[in-house]
Design a binder for this molecule. Structure first.
Ligand code: SAM
Length: 261
């Protein structure tokens, strides 16, 4: 007999599971794909995810001396972008203060894949790696100037608990940027997108990583994610102000940007 009610369950792709099971199964997904994660991202999106991340970090507008936390940061792309842009801003203004960035992820395999990258060396101890759950961050209140998360919050068992943690660790005036797959705004393209998502991505995932199921989870979890307006309401409910939404590639992805005021 199944004693679990609807309220006790959360979506794992198209399945309903307990929150603890979702956490375990998400860990399994990313442990399985960690070593091929970056290459598979480029394959699936023809590199377009880099443009979305670039636009996201321009919006964050990193500044010299700031502290950045990238939650569910995986291999550390946003953290490196933050440091690069903060240094460029400092150079333009003759401000030599050094920004720092922390990549926080629940999965040590993803962090190890990120730590192995050659382009980390130049950052020294300005770039650090922490294994932790984004819904229970190991930092005091008001620790960071900017918190970012890209393609991570969809995997949380409790999104609003995560967003509240981001709010808690931000300093007053700090900003949050949440980049996530979203819902297409052009209905004409939906069919082609669905065909690509359900027929191509899992097969390419199998070829590149040897793991079809993880990419089946990816496409299912995207369909389960709330649309732009519903997710904006979640970000606001966590205490963020002036939340704006920017669609990328016709809503395939969207940036929700807000302020801790
Ligand atoms: N942010 C990176 C990027 O954009 O390339 C990685 C995104 S990857 C699709 C999702 C990441 O979320 C994985 O590294 C996974 O381990 C992490 N993750 C999932 N649930 C998490 C949680 N509750 N707390 C922290 N990280 C989590």
């Amino acid at each position: 007999m199944n004693l679990m009610s609807e309220q006790d369950t959360v979506s794992f792709g198209f399945e309903q599971v307990s929150p603890d099971e979702k956490v375990d199964r998400v860990k399994g997904v990313f442990r399985s794909v960690a070593s091929k994660y970056d290459v598979m991202n480029d394959f699936m999106s023809a590199g377009i995810h880099r443009l979305w991340k670039h636009d996201t970090m321009n919006r964050v507008n990193p500044q010299p001396g700031e502290r950045h936390l990238d939650v569910a940061g995986g291999t550390g792309e946003l953290a490196r972008a933050f440091l690069t842009l903060a240094d460029a801003a400092g150079k333009r203004r003759g401000d030599g203060r050094k920004a720092t960035a922390i990549v926080c992820d629940i999965n040590d395999a993803m962090l190890e894949a990120g730590k192995a990258r050659d382009d980390n060396a130049k950052w020294g101890d300005r770039l650090s790696w922490v294994c932790a759950d984004g819904t229970a961050l190991p930092y005091p209140d008001r620790s960071f100037d900017a918190v970012t998360i890209s393609f991570g919050i969809r995997n949380f068992a409790d999104r609003v608990a995560g967003l509240k943690e981001f709010r808690r660790v931000l300093k007053p005036g700090g900003r949050v940027a949440v980049l996530e797959f979203s819902q297409m705004t052009a209905p004409m393209l939906q069919k082609a997108y669905d065909t690509y998502s359900f027929n191509v991505i899992p097969e390419v995932g199998k070829l590149v990583t040897g793991d079809r199921d993880s990419y089946q989870y990816l496409v299912e979890s995207i369909r389960q994610f709330p649309d732009q307006d519903a997710f904006k309401a979640e970000v606001e409910s966590a205490g963020f102000s002036n939340v704006s939404v920017t669609n990328f590639s016709g809503g395939i992805a969207a940036l929700h940007f807000g302020w801790a005021i």
